[in-house]
Design a protein around this ligand. Structure first.
Ligand code: MN
Length: 220
């Protein structure tokens, strides 16, 4: 192995370790029946999401969902399960709060300051299933803009390997339909109102600038 190949190999190991840390959703486990709130990996996404929005969205909204879930978990019979399993097996208030913890953890972790260009496997899959990245983004934004009320728009992988875009109301997550969630945009008003007011479509169009596609690809 040449020195440069060795350097690339070391960089890939570091990058994969970092991606694993960023994608904690898959194996997020409670400690003594309590989940910890994820740390926000950035204070703001300049030009896309302000520090003010991040502060409320993470520090107030997500914190309330985590606190409520942790109050409801003891005695539910689900307190030793990973987060995605709690979402699949719960109902009512516990489902609403656990779903929102899973959804927000995936949402916040998929943004960053690198890997904004689509390439490799993700590019290949999106072109295969939507024709082009432009067609994919157009359909994703359209489904986010037309979701009535509060909810989430998702890109997921179905059991047959095909990519699908779905709308989920309120705290919904595609894991409850047997899909593997890869990417999500939050369309609850609290996600964009401070920065975009009622212009949900503008918020959706701006979010692409902040997506870290390596984080998304690592969820496959
Ligand atoms: Mn939210």
């Amino acid at each position: 192995m040449t020195v440069s190949a060795l350097s690339v190999s070391c960089l890939n190991v570091l990058r994969n370790k970092n991606l694993k840390n960023r994608n904690r959703m898959k194996d997020m486990m409670p400690k003594n029946g309590q989940f910890e709130m994820m740390q926000l990996p950035y204070a703001e996404l300049p030009g896309v999401i302000s520090a003010n929005t991040q502060s409320f969205h993470h520090g107030k909204h997500l914190k309330a969902y985590v606190d409520n879930m942790n109050k409801m978990l003891p005695g539910s019979g689900l307190e030793d399960l990973p987060l995605a399993e709690v979402v699949k097996k719960s109902q009512g208030g516990l489902f609403n709060n656990a779903g929102q913890v899973l959804n927000h953890t995936m949402y916040f972790e998929q943004f960053g300051f690198a890997n904004h260009e689509l390439d490799g496997k993700m590019l290949e899959l999106l072109e295969r299933d939507f024709g082009s990245t432009e067609a994919f983004k157009k359909e994703f934004e359209q489904k986010g803009a037309t979701l009535f009320g509060s909810g989430w728009v998702w890109l997921s992988m179905a059991a047959d390997g095909k990519l699908v875009i779905t709308q989920e109301a309120n705290a919904g997550n595609p894991v409850t339909s047997g899909l593997k969630p890869l990417l999500t945009f939050d369309v609850w008003e609290h996600a964009y109102y401070l920065d975009y007011q009622n212009r949900r479509a503008d918020y959706l169009a701006a979010l692409w600038q902040a997506v870290d596609w390596q984080v998304v690809a690592a969820r496959i």
